[in-house]
Design a protein around this ligand. Structure first.
Ligand code: NAD
Ligand code: TYD
Length: 337
């Protein structure tokens, strides 16, 4: 359907799963552009034969050059700073990549007439009350530097559609789990902690609600939007069901067969959003359905880390991860002891 697809952030968790899915589905030409930040890993594309350009999406000359050289007719933008806790520690890089970087991609897409798909997040809706499920038309009420930068990216995308007539779509995914996720995110962090018999630092009461979605469901949702979605529209993507973080933990501990005594309630994340939940009916109308419940998604993901120690052990042993873990958790765990 597309001649040549540029996947930005293709060495990250969801981008790498998406590249693998595109290849499985027979999409011939794919090019990855990735800065290889701490979260980007060439290992995520091990065994995958696609050109990988190492570079920054904020570099307009580079983006233009890559798009012209490879005759790109679709950009799917996964490249982002993605961790809420990192956005609390070091917010500026989030506006650089998630706002400025998105803007650069849009500008090149406009100049060269390239279809543009933005990978966004349900976090742009902010925390929601009661039994509401966010609709694509809901107001954006981001509350962390991460979600604020993603919301700004979405608004730029929509402005390019309205102002310049650029062919755009946006997907807003909920919390993804699965293979190749960086260890700072809760499911791989807690699974590997549990395997190593380390405490699991649960922020606050652990009653926050999330729609834990398998990454493959997210990727098939993105494909459905690319193939059948309406230009200019936004689509939520999620399992369509929520569970609490404590329930997520129980599933994970059951899967790796470790005791609940590893759980530690620690000081909460600043501005922690209590509940996200998306209404996915608009995407379902394109013929897509999630294949994994949150329970199945978490169990499948935890099993993958159990079976792939060679993937995550080098990260856990790296100086940068150890420094981050110490900064983020040492005081919290000490105070909880
Ligand atoms: P990730 O952190 O695993 O990967 C991000 C990738 O982007 C990395 O490979 C990194 O090297 C690359 N990158 C970062 N800055 C860059 C830059 N300036 N130029 C080029 N490459 C750069 O993230 P992920 O979890 O795979 O998320 C991918 C996208 O999906 C993001 O846009 C994120 O906001 C969105 N999203 C994530 C989730 C989730 O649960 N992980 C849920 C919904 C939406
Ligand atoms: P995370 O994986 O960081 O995703 P997000 O903040 O984008 O939803 O966190 C998922 C949930 O798990 C969130 O409610 C915060 C919680 N959490 C903890 O309780 N402890 C942790 O160490 C981490 C990383 C997250």
């Amino acid at each position: 359907m597309f001649r040549s697809i540029l996947v930005t952030g293709g060495c990250g968790f969801i981008g790498a799963n998406f590249v693998r899915l595109l290849l499985e589905r027979g999409h011939a030409k794919i090019v990855v552009l990735d800065k290889l930040t701490y979260a980007g890993r060439l290992e995520n594309l091990a065994g995958v034969d696609v050109p990988i350009v190492v570079g920054d999406i904020t570099n307009l000359e580079l983006v233009r050059h890559v798009c012209k050289t490879h005759n790109i007719d679709l950009i799917v933008n996964f490249a982002a700073e993605t961790h809420v806790d990192q956005s609390i520690l070091n917010p500026f890089v989030f506006t650089q990549t998630n706002v400025q970087g998105t803007h650069v991609l849009l500008e090149v897409a406009r100049e060269l007439g390239i279809r543009f798909h933005q990978i966004s997040t349900d976090e742009v809706y902010g925390t929601i009350d009661g039994d509401h499920h966010s609709l694509e038309t809901d107001p954006l009420r981001p509350r962390s530097p991460y979600s604020a930068s993603k919301a700004a990216g979405d608004q730029l995308v929509q402005s390019y559609h309205v102002t310049y007539g650029l062919d755009t779509t946006i997907s807003r995914g909920s919390n993804n789990v699965g293979a190749y996720q960086f260890l700072e995110k809760v499911v791989p962090l807690f699974t590997t902690n549990a395997i190593l018999d380390l405490p699991l630092p649960v922020y606050g009461d652990g009653l926050q609600m999330r729609d834990y979605t398998h990454v493959l469901d997210h990727c098939t949702g993105i494909l459905a939007i690319l193939e059948h979605g309406k230009i200019g529209e936004v689509y939520n993507v999620g399992a369509g069901a929520t569970i609490s973080n404590l329930e997520m933990l129980e599933i994970l501990l059951e899967t790796v067969q470790k005791p609940k005594s590893l759980i530690r309630h620690v000081a909460d994340r600043a501005g922690h959003d209590k509940r996200y939940s998306v209404n996915v009916q608009k995407l379902q109308q394109l013929g897509w359905n999630a294949q994994f419940s949150p329970r199945a998604a978490i169990a499948t993901a935890a099993k993958w880390y159990l079976e792939h120690p060679n993937y995550w052990q080098p990260v856990r042993q790296s100086a940068s991860f150890k420094a981050y873990y110490e900064r983020q958790y040492a005081n919290r765990l000490e105070a909880a002891a």
